[in-house]
Design a protein around this ligand. Structure first.
Ligand code: NAD
Ligand code: TYD
Length: 351
């Protein structure tokens, strides 16, 4: 039985990856290592928590001693690394937290992997590092990020992810660790923590609260359904050559304001509101510092070499997502704690 360590499996994307691997591969023992920060929630994995091939471990990737002991105890065959601080606005308030988890945490995992795998002796596991398109910086009105685009991060979040990507490649080049990296565009779907644009807007529309749109809402993001991302990770993990990188994205660009207008339309229908009712909640607020204008991914390499394609049209995926949030009220109420609201009070400053 292969032992696979998935880090950050209690978060948004990680929970989808853990679910996919636990359900699809009964020959893998899946270990989910998560610190359970504000973003980690074991309720995301309720449906698989009792499966025999699933084990949860609470722990911090920044704690090098703990990580080193964990690796020598379990001798994992592979690592799929998703644990991270992931929200750009939080990285602006507290950059160091992002350096600790995203950079130091990643290097701790690489060091532990290097020790148990000893690649120079031919014994090698696979270290799959899950990264973001934000490392490439920002695009103007045209062009797409390819795997050859130079790194140019602008936020403390993207700078910390870029740094971790460099370390993963450095451990491949220097210590011959078998690595793969993927850089994905913005995800959406079930279990998305309601501090990010789509789930926050769903929550606010549902509760008739203002929908905060940064600046003029003209920034563009390229949205991918989270289950399509998890499927891409599965394909890349199993098929990619060591040392390679793949961009993951769905060719699905939306300005924030158009996306929110579409969401308002869907929510009006689902909540039996008059058309245009939810859009009245749109509130333009102070722009994010260093706000990247446009992200757009070219995923041709992944589609051509490994045969992955996105499964859902955005309108369909967004409707499915809205339905999930409306029928999982308890989940939504539980994650919107007092602390969460306090943090966001600052973000709601009307312009
Ligand atoms: P998330 O914030 O929802 O989840 C992160 C998880 O990591 C949480 O469960 C948290 O408890 C855990 N974690 C944080 N610090 C930890 C630590 N020190 N030790 C152990 N666990 C820790 O994030 P997400 O949106 O699911 O993103 C997962 C990964 O995918 C991240 O690496 C992120 O950079 C990358 N990514 C995200 C997106 C996106 O749109 N959300 C897009 C591309 C790539
Ligand atoms: P977000 O979901 O935070 O993802 P990222 O910053 O990683 O792309 O934000 C998506 C876009 O939405 C981004 O351009 C910032 C904008 N945004 C708002 O306009 N209002 C909000 O309340 C949030 C959270 C984001």
């Amino acid at each position: 039985m292969k032992k696979i360590l998935i880090t950050g499996g209690a978060g948004f994307i990680g929970s989808h990856v853990v679910r996919l691997f636990v359900n699809k591969y009964s020959g893998y023992q899946i270990f989910n290592l998560d610190k359970l920060t504000y973003a980690g929630n074991l309720a995301n994995l309720k449906d698989i928590e009792n499966k025999p091939n699933y084990t949860f471990i609470k722990g911090d990737i920044v704690d090098s001693e703990f990580i080193s002991k964990l690796f020598s105890e379990h001798k994992f065959d592979a690592v799929i690394h998703l644990a991270a601080e992931s929200h750009v606005d939080r990285s602006i308030s507290n950059p160091l937290e992002f350096v600790m988890t995203n950079v130091i945490g990643t290097v701790n995992l690489l060091n532990a992997a290097k020790t148990i795998w000893q690649p120079s002796t031919g014994n090698n596991g696979r270290f799959y590092h899950v990264s973001t398109d934000e490392v490439y910086g920002t695009l103007g009105e045209t062009g797409l990020f390819t795997e050859a685009t130079a790194y140019d991060p602008h936020s403390p979040y993207s700078a910390s992810k870029a740094s971790s990507d460099h370390f993963v490649r450095a451990y491949h080049d220097t210590f011959r660790i078998d690595i793969v990296i993927s850089n994905c565009s913005n995800n959406y779907g079930s279990y998305h923590f309601p501090e990010k644009l789509i789930p926050l807007s769903i929550y606010n529309i549902k509760n008739s609260k203002p929908i905060p749109v940064y600046g003029k809402g003209e920034n563009i993001r390229d949205w991918l359904f989270v289950e399509d991302h998890a499927r891409a990770i599965d394909v890349i993990f199993h098929k990619a050559k060591s040392g390679t990188t793949y961009n993951i994205g769905g060719h699905n660009e939306w300005t924030n304001i158009d996306l929110i207008r579409l969401l308002c339309k869907i929510m009006d229908k689902k909540l039996n509101r008059a058309e245009g009712e939810s859009a009245k909640l749109i509130t333009f607020v102070k722009d994010r510092a260093g706000h990247d204008l446009r992200y757009a991914i070219d995923s041709t390499k992944l589609q051509k070499e490994l045969g992955w394609t996105p499964s859902l049209q955005f309108e369909e995926g967004l409707e499915k997502t809205v339905e999930w949030f409306l029928s999982n009220e308890e989940w939504l109420n539980n994650v919107t704690s007092g602390e969460y609201k306090k943090y966001y009070e600052e973000q709601y400053t009307k312009r």
